[in-house]
Design a protein around this ligand. Structure first.
Ligand code: COA
Length: 205
């Protein structure tokens, strides 16, 4: 039996443009891929993700981002299929808040060359399903007010955003109702089956 989400097998499906992508739990073995992916990110994407100029990830940051327990800190890695193999395309993660265990902060990154084709929306849905499995009820989003792509992903997911300070917005996703609304989303079934295999008590919780 699968004992935790880090054991999930990859979930493949097809984007509206026909590209095939694969979601799989990220872990310590992905440290070098994270470093390479960060190098491929534009300055604008780095700024939007970290909200400060970030020239590189430090060894400590790479450890923090990759050595995760897949319960309180979980991340999906997404890869895109090409003729010559899979190419790393992005990451979405949540980190449970220590002072509010039903809630988590979230972060999303899709490499520039793969932005705008629906991966961000898939990552949000997949992350919500993982959060639901791990007893999270609320996802928090801090997004720069001019980050149109992320705000669009959240708008399409029904997340209201409020200004919190100059240039910064904040929103909260109700994980339960969002996941419940994914019933007709084809990949949700595969992800939900994996989630059930990982946590047999999910249906009754
Ligand atoms: C934000 C991000 C994760 C979104 O992922 P994505 O794969 O590009 O998102 P999707 O393709 O699912 O959807 C993007 C939506 O924004 C729209 N969009 C893309 N670029 C846009 C732009 N410059 N202005 C307005 N809308 C834009 C797309 O058209 C799409 O909406 P649609 O489905 O109605 O057409 C990704 O762009 C990214 O990694 N950006 C850099 C890091 C970042 O901003 N992280 C989020 C902060 S935690």
């Amino acid at each position: 039996m699968i004992s935790d989400l880090s054991q999930l097998t990859p979930v493949e499906f097809t984007l509206p443009n026909g590209m095939v992508i694969s979601l799989r739990p990220l872990g310590a073995a992905d440290r070098d891929k994270l470093a390479v992916g960060f190098e491929r990110l534009s300055g604008e994407s780095r700024y939007r993700r970290f909200m400060t100029p970030t020239p590189r990830l430090t060894p400590n940051e790479l450890t923090y981002f990759s050595e995760i327990d897949s319960r309180n800190h979980f991340a999906w890695g997404v890869e895109v299929a090409h003729e010559d193999g899979w190419d790393g395309a992005g990451v979405a993660r949540y980190v449970r808040l220590s002072g509010d265990p039903g809630a988590a902060d979230t972060a999303f990154t899709v490499l520039d060359e793969y932005q705008g084709i629906g991966i961000g929306q898939v990552l949000l849905r997949g992350l919500a399903i993982a959060g639901r499995v791990n007893d999270l009820r609320r996802f928090h989003f801090d997004v720069l007010a001019d980050n149109r792509p992320m705000l669009r992903v959240l708008e399409k997911s029904g997340v209201p955003m409020d200004p919190v300070s100059a240039g910064l917005t904040h929103g909260v996703l109700d994980v339960d109702s969002f996941v419940a609304g994914l019933d007709s989303w084809p990949p949700a079934r595969a992800l939900a089956e994996l989630a059930r295999a990982a946590r047999p008590g999910l249906e009754s919780s």
